[in-house]
Design a protein around this ligand. Structure first.
Ligand code: NAP
Length: 255
């Protein structure tokens, strides 16, 4: 029998081909969930399942875990994902983690409309489309659920060169709080995590000089690891947080 804090639950994680999404799949699988790793890069999502999730479940087999391709910014692609999963699984996911995200940094005065739109479309609209579709499924199935959105500490304080990104992440905090108010009566909890600077490919484009100055502002004096965000995702996904909804949680090393 599978044991763990989310044993027997089905979990959908977007942005699961890398970084925080990949680590979330690993930790959720370790705690007994069946994981759907969804990413716009199918091969990367499959790699998450093969190399990380199956092993975390204590087995070398893929088991019921699966990879799926989705572009969260495209409503047709999200609806296709819903259809594919409804054929594959008898119940919808009761855990949904919105980790897909991108940056297109530039000074606000130089930021192109295209880079503004693409960041808002993935980070904010993408999280909305996934929340809307999967909350409907949870409600139809009378399934209690937990949705965990990944914002950023930049959504709270802003950051030079990230007008588009910080706007998308602030928006996600507001949208999470609204969703928690609307979905509470269905026993669906919605929370948002605000990571600080975490060691994943998304920060590769940050110049070393900027990273060094950021580290000086962090009491713990180091970047976070994706697993350290994943453990908080795990807490919010599980019944250990059964009275927590509408919360935004900083996970920043004190930044
Ligand atoms: P990451 O390693 O780049 O992972 C993000 C994943 O999302 C990538 O696999 C990416 O694919 C995928 N993705 C991008 N656009 C997508 C789309 N339209 N549909 C589906 N998947 C898409 O970055 P991460 O650090 O794990 O970031 C995860 C989340 O944490 C993001 O929302 C990010 O904004 C947030 N965050 C990260 C940090 C940090 O310091 N790392 C701090 C605060 C918040 P591609 O590789 O093809 O783009």
């Amino acid at each position: 029998m599978v044991s763990g804090l989310v044993a027997g639950r089905l979990a959908l994680v977007t942005g699961a081909g890398s970084g925080i999404g990949r680590a979330a799949c690993q930790v959720l699988a370790r705690e007994g969930a069946t994981v759907i790793a969804a990413d716009r890069n199918y091969d990367a999502a499959l790699e998450t399942i093969k190399a990380h999730t199956a092993l975390a479940s204590g087995s070398s087999a893929i088991g019921d875990h699966c990879a799926a391709e989705v572009d969260v910014s495209d409503s047709k692609s999200v609806k296709n994902l819903v259809q594919t999963l409804s054929k594959q699984f008898k119940v919808p996911p009761s855990i949904v983690v919105n980790s897909a995200g991108i940056t297109r940094d530039n000074w606000m005065l130089k930021l192109s409309e295209e880079d503004y739109d693409s960041v808002l479309n993935v980070n904010l609209k993408g999280s909305f489309l996934i929340m809307q579709e999967f909350a409907k499924l949870m409600i139809d199935a009378s399934l209690p659920g937990s949705i965990v959105n990944i914002s950023s500490i930049v959504g709270k304080y802003g950051n030079m060169g990230q007008a588009n990104y910080s706007a998308s992440k602030s928006g996600l905090i507001g949208m999470t709080k609204t969703a928690s108010k609307e979905l509470g009566k269905f026993n669906i909890r919605v929370n948002v995590i605000l990571p600080g600077f975490v060691n994943t490919p998304i920060i590769d484009s940050v110049p070393d000089k900027v990273k060094e100055s950021l580290l000086k502002m962090m009491p713990l004096g180091r970047l976070g690891q994706p697993e350290e965000i994943a453990e908080v995702i795990m807490f919010l996904s599980s019944d250990k947080s059964s009275f927590v909804t509408g919360a935004s949680i900083d996970v920043t090393g004190g930044y």
